[in-house]
Ligand binder design. Sequence first.
Ligand SMILES: NC(=O)c1ccc[n+]([C@@H]2O[C@H](COP(=O)([O-])OP(=O)(O)OC[C@H]3O[C@@H](n4cnc5c(N)ncnc54)[C@H](O)[C@@H]3O)[C@@H](O)[C@H]2O)c1
Length: 252
Amino acid sequence: MTLLAGKTVLVTGGGSGIGRATSIAAAREGATLIVADINSDAAEETAEEIRHAGGFADAAGLDISDAAAVEGLFNSLELERKRIDCAFNNAGINSAAAGANMKLADVSPEAWARMMNVNLTGTFLTLRAELRHMRAAGGGSIVNTASIAGLFGMANAGAYSVSKHGIVGLTRAAARDHAADAIRVNAVCPGFVDTGFLQNALAQAGPQLVASVPLGRVGQPADIAELVVWLLSDRAAYVTGAAYIVDGGQTV
Ligand SMILES: NC(=O)c1ccc[n+]([C@@H]2O[C@H](COP(=O)([O-])OP(=O)(O)OC[C@H]3O[C@@H](n4cnc5c(N)ncnc54)[C@H](O)[C@@H]3O)[C@@H](O)[C@H]2O)c1
């Protein structure tokens, strides 16, 4: 249990679902966590769960789409002389939250902008701050949460799908630009994962969703966390610019 011993890991969207499971898995592997989420109470709950299990974690309220807030978090970490070795850029919203759960022809410019502001610009803003911080510190490892919708078109979720394609693109661009700075950047592309994000879809069409997955179940947050922890660690030293599908075989 020492894959991330001595490392400090920043997780966005760490208050629930995949981000919470990954924070807990990283702490179990010896990392010190900074759990960030727009829902600061949820981030604090994750941090408290880690501390209760004997690990080390702080919580931070953060809206990833607020450029000044992202800069403020990194300024305060640097003032405290904290070094971020690894980052998991995972915060995101679904189509319903943006008001964009419809065919692309019917998506309003406002819903499009809401989706892009959080999922794409927010990921860019945190990624940019991490790249600057890690470049100055001599290296690091970053994982971004995309989706299988970032590799294929997804019905009635065009804006979401485009935002996640953008995250795959950001991952590849950052990996190429910053390999020489000893920074690795990868993405994970989950299929259906049992979190609040998927609650409505599971309630409406749970059996059909499960039937579309060759492994016969939807994913659990821990299924994604295992891969993310490995990608963040030095065990993945020769992996950069990759987008890993974790979907129980759904897209095979
Ligand atoms: N659940 C799935 O089926 C699935 C599939 C593929 C990809 N994903 C992606 O996984 C990531 C995590 O989602 P999840 O399934 O764990 O859902 P979730 O809703 O449990 O977690 C998302 C977290 O992000 C936080 N968040 C939302 N907007 C934010 C913002 N502006 N700034 C900071 N935090 C913010 C939320 O408060 C929440 O804690 C998302 O990027 C999502 O697109 C999920």
